[in-house]
Design a protein around this ligand. Structure first.
Ligand SMILES: Cc1cc2nc3c(=O)[nH]c(=O)nc-3n(C[C@H](O)[C@H](O)[C@H](O)COP(=O)(O)O)c2cc1C
Length: 153
């Protein structure tokens, strides 16, 4: 996997969950939480657009693995840069307006365009597999216990 330093990682971010276009759940079956623009503005310059993995915590709930896409979603040609986090946990309700903390620890690939939605979905599932494996490594797992995350009961 690519050197973390090259991408300005680890990146610590915290902000409000805002509404995206709602395509993640509906078209892809892969719901994403979009982070407020304030967090995107704090990204270091070296952190290029693309797909990353790390840890995420909604409010003071438990910390879970996550995959994240940062950029303009070339497949949908968005006009605004977004930071979308897919948490590898099933939530019963959505959490718009909640605070979300993330620690981004690794990079997977650049954003891509695709010939079909199916290709986009397949690729995201392969990103998820990569993220799960990488995050099980000791060097990545340490970050899940970082003091940055709120203690949960
Ligand atoms: C792990 C991951 C990888 C993604 N990779 C791409 C990509 O390569 N190209 C792209 O156009 N969109 C990519 N997306 C973004 C999806 O297209 C996006 O989540 C979807 O459009 C939902 O957006 P919405 O929440 O604004 O509705 C990725 C999303 C995730 C979670």
């Amino acid at each position: 996997m690519t050197e973390q330093k090259e991408f300005g990682l680890p990146f610590y971010g915290s902000g409000l969950v805002v509404k995206g276009f709602g395509r993640g759940s509906k078209h892809l079956g892969i719901p994403t939480a979009n982070l407020h623009k304030d967090v995107i503005d704090k990204m270091p310059e070296e952190m290029t657009t693309g797909v990353y993995y790390g840890w995420a915590q909604v409010q003071n709930f438990p910390v879970h693995k996550m995959v994240m896409s940062v950029g303009w979603n070339p497949f949908y040609k968005n006009e605004e840069k977004s930071m979308e986090i897919h948490i590898l946990h099933e939530f019963k309700e959505d959490f718009y307006g909640s605070n979300l903390r993330i620690i981004v620890v690794g990079y997977v690939r650049p954003e891509m365009d695709f010939d079909s939605v199916d290709d986009l979905i397949k690729t995201i599932h392969s990103d998820i597999d990569i993220a799960k494996k990488q995050l099980d490594q000791k060097s990545c797992r340490t970050f899940s216990k970082d003091h940055f995350f709120d203690k949960h009961s």
